[in-house]
Design a protein around this ligand. Sequence first.
Ligand code: PGU
Length: 404
Amino acid sequence: MVKRNKNFAKLQAGYLFPEINRRKKEFMEKHPDADLISLGIGDTTEPLPQVVVEALKEVADEMGTVEGYSGYGDEQGLTELRKKVAEIFYPGLIEADELFISDGAKCDTGRLQMMFGNEMTIAVQDPSYPVYVDSAVIMGQTGSYVTEKKQFENIVYMPCTAENDFFPKLKKADIIYFCSPNNPTGAVATKEQLEHLVRFAKENDAIIVFDAAYAEFITDPNLPKTIYEIEGAKEVAIEVSSFSKPFGYTGVRLGWTVVPKELKYSDGTAVHNDWNRIMTTVFNGASNIIQKATLRSLNDEGLGEMKRLIAYYLQNAKIIKDALDKMGYQTYGGDNAPYIWVKTKSDNSWKAFNHILEETQIVTTPGSGFGPGGETYVRFSAFGHRKKIEEAVARLQKAVLEHI
Ligand code: PGU
């Protein structure tokens, strides 16, 4: 029999969100009449913008003709779409050929780990989006799980707490993962904080992987939406981003990664070169139908729709946050981010998760799913239909949540 990749045995549980689903199902089996409201996984709920729907129909029709049909495209993405995305989201900051179109930020995060290999050390914000740590474990970058610390050996954890305003004391590692607006804390780094991050990476020969999946939720004009607003960032940072949240593409799948040409490894090789090798080797380009339809939708109407969707989810966030604040909870995030990070009285976030589920039939995400730093928190997602959000808030206000 074939020997299993030994790194899988180091993982402590299944991936966080399927694990939550499993518990949700278990709860439904016990309470078949329960009317669950999911504020757990950050998954969009509002329909695709009409401009995208129309463009998709058009492109599908064209694909049914000899002239309009196309097969494999460039692995790096449609040239015109690369130009458009660069122009809209990085005006004057990057070149179009530094931007690679993909099937989403999560998939690119996995492929980045493949590019880095298993000899890198990574640093993560604690708490953080679990994909960075889990993919590092699977790649073999880590040692074992240390139960007392609830940490993996060989991963550098940078605590993000209310006391440090969720901006960590930076620590040395080859690769520093940094997410802003942050999942799960909802914190958004200021320009000064990102300048500090870029300086630190330069001084310590590190590469930053900047996850900007929630950049469009930033409405405060003083907050940076991309790491490339920071001078010198092109020499030290990769940025991953996505249409998932701003355009409702979580199931459609389209994202991108920027790898600036200035970014080099110690032997002088451009990281861009290796990323291109990865994308051409294990990726065959994002769906041509969605790439073409998106290109046609990135006009005034489409960008207006994007703003409308973001404003809708931000209003949801405000409703949840205001209600929890009034109930006396310490809440963070939710202003320029779709997540509200809530401090609980419980010392075990799965217990808090269960308690909320039992008492209100609301599914949240336990903070410990994002790392040991999340143990006393739960995350509320602001993705949901307004009626459901209002209903959730009403339930929370009525419930007796004495343990959290
Ligand atoms: N990056 C961050 C920081 C995210 O929070 C998410 C989604 C992604 C990337 C994924 O982007 P795609 O472009 O759609 O691949 N986080 C959600 C969904 C859970 C998941 O496993 O991705 C969440 O609830 O945290």
